[in-house]
Design a protein around this ligand. Structure first.
Ligand code: URA
Length: 445
């Protein structure tokens, strides 16, 4: 077999067999296929796509390039949640302790932020002392003792995805539905879970800019999960504007602590309770071995009330404290969030017009936050955990030039003017309130 022939075959739109895909992945991982040939293959996939069978095979190959966790000694259902990436998206840090409080185990492997999107691992690392590079044994112990753990992807988990993702990142081949689906699912399936809830973001701040692409990605990932024995549900949620009131790592952890104490903005609450309801439902289905079907509105409301109860009783907050302690962070942070380092400078951002905010472009807010130091342009960049943006106003709110719509938190002023320009270019005010967009767009089962 030759890589050249397989690139040509995909370029011409044909389906590759299991043996052919296996040849490409194994030879690339061992260094026998060079980056330039693999880049060319990835670009062919970008334009030609993959069949369902090819996408499932690619996922299996990337998954089996590394280790899989075995939690068969834990009889309690293991469920995870994963987001395709957004701005201000902090739901994992609220949902994992909430599930643990309800006796559902969450073994979560999370990612770092890149470009305008944030990552759970960066957010957690803003807690003094916190570590996400636990050993497999520490990860397992935390899941047994606390009910959840959140770690970063190590070299042992889906190494083929790690190598391919770095290449995709520099060859403009990230935004491909089969490649994103196989990449995310290969890591999630390594967790040894029985159920998975995917938050597929759609809109300006997401990889999938329109709902039809988001549905396609959701359907592809749900097929992969179910075909590999993991009960998988995808919830499509709006990412046209940032989620919640903060963007930036330390600021978002403070917002999570408030949320775990019962104080959440309406949009964040809706996403947390909807995803949480589906996680509970997936866990029940795993336990009882019944098929997942669409939750009726009535049952969904009942689940949401139950989840809110676990937050209000303080059980989810207690789990968060135990988790911070077990991952070498200072648990006092949960009681005194001001212990999270703050930026030395704060700038009020106003818009010149008065009226209702028509839109707040999530990609532009995320880019502005990155320019303040909260994110990376390139994978190797260092980030400033205290930098970011607090949003005083969101889409639909009335504003005047006297009121700041946002506060920029930063230490380094190098890109402050550019950040302000980008941020303001994503906001418009008008005299008529905009139509309210639903935050939960659809559920794919
Ligand atoms: N997140 C991943 O892990 N992989 C992708 O391809 C895109 C987002």
């Amino acid at each position: 077999m030759r890589a050249y022939d397989l690139i040509k075959k995909k370029r011409d739109g044909a389906e590759l067999s299991k043996e052919e895909l296996s040849f490409l992945i194994t030879e690339y991982l061992s260094g026998k296929i060079p980056d330039y040939q693999m880049s060319s293959f990835l670009m062919a996939v970008y334009f030609r796509g993959m069949t369902d069978a090819e996408t499932i095979t690619l996922t299996e190959l990337m998954l089996s390039s590394g280790n899989r966790f075995d939690f068969s000694d834990i009889s309690i259902p293991k469920v995870d949640k994963h987001s395709t990436g957004g701005v201000g998206d902090k739901t994992s840090i609220i949902l994992a302790p909430l599930m643990a409080a309800m006796n559902i185990k969450v073994p979560m492997i999370a990612g770092r932020g890149l470009g305008h999107t944030g990552g759970t691992i960066d957010k957690l690392e803003s807690i003094p002392g916190f570590r996400t590079d636990l050993t497999m044994q520490e990860f397992k112990n935390n899941i047994k003792d606390i009910g959840f753990s959140i770690i970063s992807q190590s070299d042992e988990i889906a190494p083929a995805d790690k190598k391919l993702y770095s290449l995709r990142d520099v060859t403009a081949t990230v935004e491909s539905i089969p490649l994103i689906a196989a990449s995310i699912m290969s890591k999630k399936l390594a967790e040894g879970i029985g159920g998975l809830v995917l938050d597929v973001k759609a809109g300006k701040g997401a990889f999938m800019k329109n709902i039809s692409d988001a549905r396609n990605l959701a359907r592809t990932m749900v097929n992969i999960g179910n075909s590999m024995g993991v009960k998988t549900i995808a919830v499509i949620t709006d990412m046209n504007q940032p989620l919640g009131k903060t963007v930036g790592n330390g600021l978002e952890i403070k917002e999570c602590i408030s949320a775990l104490r019962g104080k959440m903005s309406d949009d964040l609450k809706e996403v947390v309770l909807t995803l949480g309801s589906w996680m509970v439902y997936a866990a029940d289905c795993v336990t009882e071995e019944v098929a997942i079907s669409r939750l009726s509105e009535h049952v969904l409301i009942k689940y949401k009330a139950e989840l809110m109860d676990f937050i209000e009783k303080g059980d989810a907050f207690k789990k968060f404290v135990e988790f911070v302690d077990a991952q070498y962070g200072d648990p006092e942070v949960a009681f005194k969030p001001n212990m999270i380092p703050a930026a030395t400078r704060v700038k009020e951002i106003r818009i010149p017009d008065k009226g209702y905010i028509q839109e707040m472009d999530a990609e532009k807010v995320g880019t502005a936050s990155m320019l303040l130091g909260a994110g990376r342009r390139q994978a190797e960049d260092r980030i400033d955990h205290s930098a970011g943006i607090v949003l005083n106003k969101k889409t639909g709110d009335y504003t005047t030039p006297d009121e700041p719509v946002a506060m920029f938190h930063y230490n380094d002023e190098t890109h402050i003017n550019e950040a302000e320009k980008v941020f303001l270019s994503g906001i418009q005010a008008g005299q008529i309130p905009p139509d309210k967009r639903p935050i939960i767009i659809d559920v794919v089962i």
